[in-house]
Write a protein that binds this ligand. Structure first.
Ligand SMILES: [Zn+2]
Length: 333
């Protein structure tokens, strides 16, 4: 074994065999934002075998206070996070095989993504709650272990979930879901590090053959509270997912054309051709690159992505979002 990993190998419970296992593990990280980028950095430094990272966002200045490895140059160039991250990670450890997937993760493509990349384990780096129930279903269906991680405000939660459960659905009542989001409530960077570290700790236990801790970890990086709750008793014997194997989200894929996002933002989904045809819209293109176009219309700022998604900032309600959507669809006809 190379000198490079000597210090972690000297930790007995991990040891040579844990390192060997890690180097033969393919981890898929869903999301390359705050949690995903930190998990990716730690795993790359530790010498994971293969990393596949999925994300659809570009680097923005407002990400830089909490997201690992991104810098001002990436934000100025509007680089996709996965592209910027892959480049940085490869400088840190060229032994790791890194695949960047610049794609939105939805219930219409998640199964194809799993079938295409065949990861051994999934790490949660998503920033909205609903998608995690989808991850919960796909992981149970394919018997993939996954590590749930979430952070908002000063609070974080981590839980490693395997096939036997209790799964995320079992814990519905226990896990603080709420509509809290980073854009509304903000987030303190230290809690990101704590959650990402705990996610990687669960992964280390798993690769070392100890299995997940089966503890729900909760932390508050401001009040300085840290708790570990034993979850074994919380298995729901009627759970749709980990008992009955019913995958409601996966089996009824549906995609909304208009979705409320964090703060005053909406996500609008257009036909893919939008990206090449923004000239038809009554907008001013402020900046653009092969991945994204930033535009202005009235008091709104919008970013259009190659797949036809548009993030609109500065919209007050769903009605306004719908009116804008319909107007733009007409322009494209
Ligand atoms: Zn369950």
């Amino acid at each position: 074994m190379t000198q490079r990993y000597n210090r972690q190998i000297r930790y007995d419970a991990f040891g040579e065999s844990g390192q060997h296992q890690l180097q033969h593990t393919h981890v898929m990280i869903m999301g390359a934002g705050a949690l995903g980028s930190h998990c990716a950095e730690l795993l790359t430094r530790m010498g994971v075998g293969k990393l596949t990272i999925i994300d659809m966002d570009i680097v923005e200045e407002s990400n830089l206070h909490r997201q690992a490895l991104y810098d001002e140059k990436d934000a100025a160039q509007m680089l996709p996070k996965v592209v910027a991250l892959k480049e940085k990670l490869e400088c840190i450890n060229s032994e790791v095989d890194i695949t960047a997937v610049y794609q939105e993760l939805t219930n219409t493509n998640i199964e194809a993504i799993i079938n295409e990349y065949h990861p051994h384990i999934i790490m949660d780096g998503m920033d909205h709650f609903a998608i995690r129930y989808l991850i919960n279903e796909i992981c149970h269906k394919y018997r993939l272990p996954w590590i749930y991680g979430a952070a908002v405000g000063s609070k974080g939660t981590v839980y490693g979930i395997d096939y036997e459960g209790p799964c995320l659905k079992c814990l519905l009542e226990t896990i603080p879901s709420t509509g809290e989001s980073c854009a509304i409530n903000g987030v303190l960077p230290p809690v990101i590090y704590q959650v990402a570290s705990a996610e990687v700790s669960e992964l280390i236990r798993w690769v070392s053959g100890y299995g997940f801790s089966h503890k729900l970890l909760t932390m508050d990086c401001f009040k300085m509270n840290f708790k570990a709750l034993n979850m074994n008793k919380l298995k729901n014997d009627d759970c749709d997912v980990c008992e009955l194997g019913e995958y409601k989200l996966l089996n009824h894929p549906r995609q909304n054309k208009i979705e409320k996002q964090c703060g005053d933002a909406f996500l609008l989904r257009f036909n893919q051709k939008l990206f090449d045809h923004v000239d038809y819209l009554p907008v001013t293109v402020v900046r653009h690159n092969p991945f994204a176009k930033v535009m202005r219309y009235d008091d709104c700022q919008m970013t259009v992505f190659k797949d036809g998604r548009m993030n609109v900032y500065g919209i007050e309600n769903e009605q306004q979002a719908r009116a804008l959507y319909e107007k733009f669809v007409k322009c494209l006809k």
